[in-house]
Write a protein that binds this ligand. Structure first.
Ligand code: LRH
Ligand code: MN
Ligand code: MN
Length: 386
């Protein structure tokens, strides 16, 4: 295989999971700007996700968030997805929007609240059994706002206990993906604030517990690619929640704020064998002011572009520059790949697989946006308040 053919072959295998909540209305705590035609049901979110997959050919799975995507019959929802060429992906738990969770969920000081949270997490595994989902993604809003508010160590003990119970409930082919976030909604301590804490818990739990890197969940200046490289070395990188941040957990389109960072991350993924393993590439985004479906298409393309550039790194040349201590040359090799315009390559790849070379333009021409604007009245808010 020529080098370019190998790059193309690798790109063809990459799948990006889209989140159901990105299709619904969303906003900040100041205002939700409703858009015409947004889905009213989980089924309609899947209809939109099918559009993204139809034009990119690279978004075959959709993540659900429970209870935002609550339905009577999850097996039926999985069938609905399959009829549209999709599969249901990661099940995301939600232990952050009930009044009971004011002081936390599985780290809450009261046993009754911990039990409620645990029951929800166990229900999420039941849902996975029904949908055929392989991954359970856990993110906890747990933490404290004031020094002394609760015992930080005891909260870790409660977390350990709760996670172990969920882990034991998992099937042999199911994984638990633990997500960290450095702050928000808690401002003083967060119970899973960083990759180290998540890693320590996952290590204790076992092989089927891995860490999720949400790219928006780090302090400014954090070297995320180093975290990625480390987790991959340890066999503990479960996947990504991709998005962009300028200031906090902005949930903007992946690759929009810092495409170079995304390239560096993808380089470490490829370097560590993560493209051919079971690292999950998921989006976790909200499209507050831009049209949602084309933004999600754009996001999938951004991941593909960063991946293509990372695949184009001349690894031989890089290694030889690194070994001979040629700092400038090593950096130049990396930058050469980053500065390559991979759009023609990706367009060619799409044409080879029977897709339109320009997925956003093809979607715009399709008339789907005006069809749903006409047909759907009273679209659902993504998550918050849903
Ligand atoms: C938390 C988070 C987590 C949630 C999602 C809606 O900030 O990143 O992944 O499930 O947002
Ligand atoms: Mn996330
Ligand atoms: Mn987030």
């Amino acid at each position: 295989m020529t080098e370019l053919a190998a790059v193309k072959a690798a790109l063809k295998t990459q799948a990006v999971e889209t989140p159901s909540w990105a299709y619904g209305n969303s906003g900040t705590r100041f205002k939700v700007f409703a858009q015409p035609g947004v889905p009213r049901t989980p089924q309609e979110k899947l209809d939109d996700a099918a559009q993204v997959h139809a034009y990119t050919g690279a978004a075959p799975t959709v993540a659900l968030h429970i209870p935002w995507d609550r339905v009577e019959d999850y097996a039926k929802l999985a069938e609905y997805a399959e009829e549209r060429g999709l599969k249901l992906g990661t099940i995301n738990s939600n232990t952050f929007q009930d009044d009971a969770y004011k002081l936390g969920s599985i780290c809450h000081p009261e046993a009754a609240v911990r039990r409620k949270a645990l029951d929800h997490l166990l229900e999420c595994v039941d849902i996975m059994d029904a949908t055929g989902s392989k991954d359970l993604k856990l993110w906890f809003a747990d933490g404290t706002n004031y020094p002394g508010q609760d015992d930080v160590r005891e909260r870790q003990d409660r977390l350990t206990e709760g996670l172990a119970t969920v882990y034991e409930r998992l099937g042999d082919d199911q994984r638990m993906l633990l997500e960290y976030k450095f702050f928000e909604p808690a401002f003083y301590t967060t119970d899973v604030p960083d990759w180290g804490t998540a890693y320590a818990h996952c290590l204790k739990l076992g092989d089927r517990a891995q860490v999720v890197v949400d790219t928006g969940h780090h302090a400014p200046g954090t070297n995320i690619e180093f975290i990625v490289a480390t987790l991959l070395r340890e066999g503990k990188l479960g996947g990504f929640d991709f998005n962009s941040r300028f200031y906090a957990d902005d949930d903007l389109m992946v690759g929009a704020a810092d495409p170079f960072q995304l390239f560096r991350i993808m380089y470490e993924v490829i370097r560590g064998g993560g493209l051919t393993s079971d690292v999950a590439f998921m989006l976790d985004q909200c499209h507050n002011i831009e049209a949602k479906i084309p933004a999600i298409i754009r996001s999938v393309m951004n991941v593909q572009e960063a991946t293509a550039k990372a695949l184009l790194v001349d690894r031989e040349a890089l290694r030889s520059a690194q070994r001979s201590g040629d700092v400038l040359e090593a950096n130049a090799v990396l930058m050469d790949a980053y500065n390559t315009d991979v759009r023609p390559l990706l367009a060619e790849l799409r044409e080879e697989t029977g897709l339109d070379p320009d997925p956003v333009a093809a979607y715009r021409r399709s008339g789907w946006a005006s069809k749903i604007a006409e047909e759907r009245v009273g679209g659902q808010q993504a998550g918050w308040g849903a």
